[in-house]
Design a protein around this ligand. Structure first.
Ligand SMILES: *[C@@H]1O[C@H](CO)[C@@H](O)[C@H](O)[C@H]1NC(C)=O
Ligand SMILES: *[C@@H]1O[C@H](CO)[C@@H](O)[C@H](O)[C@H]1NC(C)=O
Ligand SMILES: *[C@@H]1O[C@H](CO)[C@@H](O)[C@H](O)[C@H]1NC(C)=O
Length: 477
């Protein structure tokens, strides 16, 4: 239990807006030592992966993948480094596509996931020709690399998400050079079942920016979080809307209709809105907090950082959604897309199979309905109906959450929020509201940190977080 949380217990307030931090530490403050790690020749660290035992941090960077020893709380060691860069001729080809050799053509590692008990899987933008690679985790050497379409973006500036489950890889990314073809798909499918992707006869997604993904293992579903243009609002063209999409883990596609395409794809709006205000409609990040042991999976929480398309200054909100409510949205009613009018209308009649798993043998007419009815009627509303916290003055870009026990035996949830100005806010959630208990400067220059990972085994140092560096927001989305 960190003393800083204890300090706070007497401080309660009923305000909905975040009060200023209790303590603020500038960079390299002796009162708040922060373990930072950098190497002169390592840049653009974009993906982080913590080993199961919490002792090794794998880092995907520009032209390299690192393995760091993070088993000690006061120092980080470099264990191994794998160089992974395009050749000179591949960089020349990248330039022929009109790309800048230094900015666009290096290999930016965008997926780093365990693929089986012995190997890691990586996917990188690789001079605008995505490649993937396997790394033997023990020797930390690359055993194989290949061109790989559709598993990570061509552009290092587009966001994507990926998750492995039992050796199968699920990705949400754009899949073309121009970065206009989004795709959610399953790769390396097991037991002879086919790889599955999105039906392309209709646009299921509109300029999505994928931020995160999560597995619901008890329902055998995967969720993808993103913002996209909300086409159901025909009156405004460019209204963005936050979403969660589902697919079933074991979906194999239909028999004649929707062959090798998801029969379980559906999407629902995520609502994060204060009373009588415009919604926070742009998702920045989502963190999945597993329920405490012994609690039902439906209690899984998704902490989400949002910004708003209408803000004139820095402003953001954090909303928390419960898995139970996400599941409910996908089992309730759907809207149907009319191919002639290009309008959404409420789905007529009862179609109990919509949003369900196991439609492999469904009839063509049922699958025809599935193809047109992939948007839920209801939005997923946050726990407590509105945001947990609203910040005017901060643009939160990443969020992580953990439960921690205070000396009084009570459980508290602590959020770690990264601001665009290079600060980390540690926020404790109390019954009466959210409080920033610490503000720690992690970078001198304002910059968007691209990743945060918590190492729960670190006991009294819950804020031992690893950071990813720098990308200007304007280039990011
Ligand atoms: C893990 O995957 C790699 C790459 O495909 C393969 O070479 C290796 O044999 C696999 N290991 C196990 C234990 O399945
Ligand atoms: C890589 O880092 C440089 C320097 O911080 C930054 O200007 C650039 O935008 C980064 N590129 C990507 C793809 O993040
Ligand atoms: C679909 O039909 C095949 C062959 O008839 C059967 O093996 C399979 O179990 C069925 N799938 C489902 C989900 O019912």
């Amino acid at each position: 239990m960190a003393p800083s949380v204890l300090l706070l217990l007497g401080l309660l307030s009923s305000t909905g807006s975040l009060p200023p931090p209790r303590t603020s530490f500038l960079l390299n403050s002796a009162d708040r030592p922060l373990v930072l790690f950098s190497l002169p020749d390592v840049h653009n660290t974009t993906t982080l992966l913590l080993s199961d035992d919490g002792s090794t941090l794998y880092v995907g960077a520009r032209d390299a993948i690192l393995s760091l020893d993070v088993s000690q709380s006061d120092i980080i060691h470099l264990k191994k480094k794998v160089e992974w860069s395009p050749s000179e001729s591949e960089i020349n080809e990248c330039q022929l596509k009109g790309k800048n050799a230094e900015v666009d053509c290096p290999n930016f590692v965008r997926v780093l996931q365990p693929i089986n008990s012995t190997h890691l899987y990586a996917c990188g933008s690789y001079a605008y020709t995505p490649h993937d690679a396997y790394i033997d985790a023990e020797s930390f050497s690359m055993v194989q690399q290949d061109e790989a379409k559709g598993r990570c973006p061509f552009s290092p500036f587009q966001r994507n998400t990926a998750i492995t489950v039992d050796g199968e890889l699920f990705t949400a990314t754009t899949t073309d050079l121009r970065g206009t073809k989004p795709q959610i798909s399953r790769h390396f499918s097991k037991d002879g079942r086919p790889d599955v992707s999105q039906d392309s006869s209709l646009s299921l997604l509109h300029e999505p920016v994928f931020v995160s993904s999560s597995l619901d293992s008890s329902d055998r579903k995967l969720y993808f979080f993103f913002s996209e243009v909300g086409k159901e609002f025909s009156f405004v063209d460019e209204l963005r809307i936050a979403r969660v999409a589902q697919v079933c883990k074991d979906d194999v596609g239909g028999r004649s209709t929707l062959q090798k395409k998801w029969t379980s794809f559906a999407k629902a709006p995520l609502l994060c809105q204060s009373h009588r205000q415009l919604p926070f409609n742009v998702l920045q990040d989502v963190f999945t907090l597993q329920p405490p042991e012994g609690t039902d999976a439906s209690e899984t929480l998704f902490y989400a950082a949002f910004t708003s398309q209408w803000s004139s200054g820095p402003e953001s909100a954090v909303c928390v959604f419960k898995l139970q409510d996400v599941r409910a949205a996908f089992t309730e009613s759907y809207r149907t897309f009319n191919l002639l009018t290009h309008q959404w209308s409420p789905q007529l009649g009862k179609h109990s199979y919509l949003g369900k798993c196991g439609l492999d043998n469904a009839s063509d007419s049922e699958l025809a309905e599935v193809k047109r009815s992939f948007l839920t009627s209801n939005s997923v509303k946050p726990v407590g109906v509105g945001p947990l916290a609203v910040s005017s003055g901060q643009q939160y870009s990443r969020v992580a959450a953990m439960r921690t026990q205070a000396a009084d035996g009570k459980q508290y949830t602590v959020l770690f929020l990264l601001t665009e100005s290079g600060f980390l806010h540690k926020v404790v959630l109390l019954n009466r509201g959210a409080h920033i208990i610490e503000e720690i400067q992690v970078f001198t220059q304002p910059q968007l940190v691209k990743n945060i990972i918590l190492s729960p085994s670190k006991g009294p140092h819950p804020s031992k977080a690893a950071f990813e560096d720098r990308i200007r927001h304007s280039r990011c989305d």
